[in-house]
Design a protein around this ligand. Structure first.
Ligand code: FAD
Length: 401
């Protein structure tokens, strides 16, 4: 069989892989990205991103891939729903966000990667990967039959089921929760600029329900759960919220897992790198992974290309990628994981009480693992929470993935 040779092979055309491809090709190395589906963005997703995500992707907001442009607040509901905390973008000095059309967003990322010189194969499933004479050989199933590809560096961006991770890495502690989402029409939402999040052990044990508006009554309505069937919980939530969903209909449904166990320890080996969901680079409490995946892809693509140009693709050289990524995202993922472990243990009554105590800023900090000591000190004033959460938040973050 004829072998096609590349400097870099990127497996997976999600946000992480497409950014890695663009950045690698920009540096002039011969880059191939393979995506098993015939279109980008088929995986179900809430599609909510911050404005900073587009800046990270070096893309300007465009009608072609944004459904809702003016997301400027989040409403977080306690189990007793009259108790909700409003997080307005203005109050926390944040520039708001968008609900994407992820398919067209990723298509645009694909166009940008192509423009920089990446070769992209769609409907191309990487199904075998071996080391061979200091290179990697990958068998790729395509409509034309199996193709053999050789590359000096392989970046695994295939998401939770990544071939590269399964074949070469130990993802100890990698933890997934099931998520289910309906796209619904005719929803009667509070408005078109608010994300709504619902917490509670009867609503979504271990995670939350989200309602993200996509304009004109369309919404992504989804759930993450731990230990109970997601569909039963989501259907119950919809039935018990007739004010929003009485006239609504499900247009499509999708399910996929989210890795919420924190970033895995080993991200690089000689000639190998992992990015995005593959590496557990999701913010554990929120389940958001588009921004961090793009950030990881950007750094990994650049580092891999520079290493190739210098002729040194050793683990040590490629370690510049986790070092740079962790400077910005490392503590955020560790901190958010720590908070998530504390929050899942709370009763509904405690969640109701916290809704009276927390400000929007407190919730943003906890969700993103920032300023945990500040929030911990605040909780020391409340005997019910001082020992249970306050001290744990103040404690050192080391030792927790
Ligand atoms: C229900 C749900 C809702 C979510 N909502 C949000 C949200 O609102 N905001 C947010 O920021 N994050 C959200 N996330 C998380 C977000 O979707 C992921 O973190 C993000 O897509 C990760 O990007 P990625 O590139 O690492 O992987 P993925 O997006 O999973 O992309 C991996 C790609 O690799 C391809 N692939 C896999 N194996 C192979 C192979 N062997 N050969 C070729 N191709 C392969 C897949 O087809 C896929 O296209 C949500 C996740 C789920 C499940």
């Amino acid at each position: 069989m004829k072998i096609a040779s590349y400097d870099i092979l990127i497996i997976g055309g999600g946000p992480a892989g497409l950014m890695a491809a663009r950045k690698a090709a920009q540096k002039g190395v011969k880059t191939l990205l393979v995506e098993k589906e015939k279109q980008f963005g088929l995986k179900v997703c809430g599609e909510a991103v911050s404005a900073d995500t587009l800046a990270e992707a070096e893309m300007s907001p465009s009608e072609s891939f944004i459904c809702s442009r003016e997301i400027d607040r989040v409403l977080v509901y306690a189990p007793q729903e009259e108790k909700n905390v409003e997080i307005s973008a203005e109050s926390i000095g944040y520039s708001g966000g968008y609900i994407l059309n992820k398919m067209t967003f990723l298509k645009e990322m694909g166009r940008l990667a192509l423009q920089e010189g990446t070769e992209i194969w769609m409907g191309a499933l990487a199904n075998q990967l071996v080391r061979h004479d200091g290179l990697f050989r990958c068998t790729i199933g395509t409509a034309k039959g199996d193709q053999l590809v050789e590359a000096k560096v392989v970046i695994g961006c295939g998401g939770v089921s990544s071939l590269v991770a399964r074949r070469f890495f130990n993802r100890q502690g990698y933890r997934l929760i099931p998520c289910l989402q309906y796209q619904m029409a005719n929803c009667h939402l509070v408005d078109q600029r608010s994300l709504e999040i619902f917490l509670g052990n009867n609503v979504a044990p271990g995670a939350y329900v989200w309602i993200f508006p996509k304009g004109e009554g369309l919404a992504n309505v989804g759930i993450g759960t731990q230990g109970v069937p997601a569909r039963r919980c989501l259907d119950r939530f919809i039935e018990t919220h007739p004010q929003r969903f009485k006239k609504a209909r499900v247009l499509s449904m999708g399910a996929a897992p989210v890795p919420i166990g924190g970033q895995i320890e080993e991200l690089v080996q000689d000639g190998l790198m992992l990015c995005g969901d593959t590496a557990g680079q999701v913010i554990p409490l929120t389940g958001a992974g588009i921004h961090s995946g793009i950030a990881a892809g950007r750094i990994a693509g650049q580092v891999a290309a520079e290493a190739l140009l210098e002729g040194n693709i050793s683990r040590e050289k490629l370690s510049a990628y986790p070092e740079q990524f962790n400077k910005v995202w490392g503590q955020c993922i560790i901190g958010s994981f720590k908070v998530q472990q504390l929050i899942v243990k709370l009763s509904d009554q405690e969640l109701n009480q916290l809704a009276d105590i927390f400000t929007g800023q407190d919730i943003v900090d906890l969700a993103n693992g920032f300023n945990l000591t500040r929030v911990g000190i605040k909780l020391l004033k409340y005997p019910a929470f001082a020992a249970k959460i306050g001290r744990a938040l103040i404690g050192k973050q080391s030792g927790i993935r």
